[in-house]
Design a protein around this ligand. Structure first.
Ligand SMILES: N[C@@H](CCC(=O)N[C@@H](CS)C(=O)NCC(=O)O)C(=O)O
Length: 194
């Protein structure tokens, strides 16, 4: 039994997309960041870090976007969210997700100019490849997409600034799991800070 704590448009959007990619049944628990739902004693008892996403796997707590994405990819292999039988491609997925979590995610807080520099590096790394790692769609693409989706909607960079990431964004937006996630999260309602 999977229970998923999320807040629309936040970091939890990535595992939300992955859940829809797998087709696994899950109980959705929307939280309001504006109402500080992640800071209640009840939620802090689940995640003392006070952040979404959280996935409960038969009641056991799993936190961090990369950890949850990895779990979903391995628990539901038929969704094809991780390269198999290719150690180097798997390592590239981990490499991308480490870079995304440690460098892209905090970049915005360090100013727009810094965020642009970081996305320029990511754009170069992605190059003309359709997908981030191993020549196929993976959890690294979902992770990358969610941060760019947020960056793009709040700051509206000129599309020509990051041509490869823009093309990746368009490929991601065409995926039914992404469309379904956005539809559900829009209905719950976004409360994202500007
Ligand atoms: N390193 C965490 C970051 C998660 C994170 O930053 N979550 C934010 C939303 S984007 C959050 O829950 N903030 C609520 C709070 O700080 O009260 C991960 O990868 O899961």
């Amino acid at each position: 039994m999977l229970t998923f704590y999320f807040s629309p448009g936040s970091s939890s959007m990535a595992p939300h997309i992955a859940l829809h990619e797998t087709g696994a049944p899950f109980e959705a628990k929307p939280l309001s960041l504006a109402k500080k739902d992640t800071r209640t004693p009840e939620f802090l008892a689940i995640n003392p870090n006070g952040k979404v996403p959280v996935l409960l796997v038969d009641g056991r707590v799993l936190t961090e976007v990369a950890g949850i994405l990895f779990y979903l990819a391995r628990a539901f292999p038929s969704a094809g969210l991780l390269p198999t039988g290719d150690i180097e491609a798997e390592a590239q997925v981990v490499s991308w997700m480490s870079y995304i979590a440690s460098t892209i995610h905090p970049a915005r807080r360090q100013g727009l100019e810094h965020a642009r520099e970081v996305y320029a590096v990511a754009d170069k790394r992605l190059g003309k490849n359709d997908w981030a790692a191993g020549g196929r769609y993976s959890i690294a693409d979902i992770h990358l997409f969610r941060l760019y989706w947020r960056f793009r909607s709040s700051l509206e960079p000129e599309p020509e600034a990051f041509p490869n990431i823009e093309a990746h964004y368009a490929r991601m937006m065409a995926r039914p799991a992404v469309q379904r996630t956005i539809e559900i999260e829009t209905k719950v309602g976004y409360e994202l800070p500007a």
